[in-house]
Write a protein that binds this ligand. Structure first.
Ligand code: MN
Length: 206
């Protein structure tokens, strides 16, 4: 899946989870996935459809709704629900069963050019995840011709900052609290070591 395939139009539908809800155990439990995907992600999609019904955003592709409503005080609700719809689809694809192994040669070379080693890149992702105060996301992005780690607050995402997202980790408490309670670092490190989908990142790199 590329970034472009998340572009859908109204009514926006909950994207299909790319694996069974128990596939990511024991790192992420089926219970977490059932709430996170079935309640939180679904809630954002349902709210978005309600908020845009009969408005200028009704027939707009999802990514256009996001860029059109970003940083507009009177469109915050639409932005938040549209961005969270997009972010979660991107997150599910950033994880996979038996992930976390070596990136492909091309991605590895790119990572090494920007971070010196794959481990240093993972460490930077983990550090950013811990440094994010409150709800948000950490991302590996392409910014110009360099790879970078960035973090965003709440629903915000790299698309509004001219950067191309390659992968993301959800660091909202709902992503890990049932399994890890307050131990965000344990969740993030387990995701990086066992689930992170470098193939998805390589595909997004193009
Ligand atoms: Mn989430």
């Amino acid at each position: 899946m590329s970034n472009e395939t998340i572009t859908t139009v109204s009514p926006h539908v909950l994207s299909t989870l790319p694996y069974a809800d128990n596939s990511l155990e024991p790192v992420i439990s089926a219970k977490t996935i059932s709430f996170h995907y079935g309640k939180h992600h679904k809630g954002y999609v349902d709210n978005l459809n309600k908020l845009i019904a009969g408005t200028e955003f009704d027939d707009m592709p999802l990514e256009k709704i996001i860029t059109e409503t970003a940083n507009k005080a009177d469109k915050t609700q639409i932005f938040n629900n549209a961005a969270q719809t997009w972010n979660h689809t991107f997150y599910w694809h950033s994880l996979k069963l038996k992930g976390g192994s070596e990136p492909s040669a091309m991605l590895k070379k790119k990572i090494e050019a920007s971070f010196s080693t794959v481990d240093a890149c993972k460490k930077e992702l983990a550090t950013a995840a811990m440094a994010q105060f409150g709800s948000g996301w950490v991302w590996l992005v392409l910014d110009g011709d360099k790879l970078k780690v960035v973090k965003t607050n709440n629903a915000d995402l790299p698309l509004t900052k001219g950067m191309k997202p390659l992968l993301t980790i959800d660091v909202w408490e709902h992503a890990y609290y049932l399994d890890y309670q307050n131990r965000r670092a344990d969740y993030v490190n387990a995701v990086l070591d066992k689930l992170i989908n470098w193939d998805f990142a390589a595909k997004n790199l193009g």
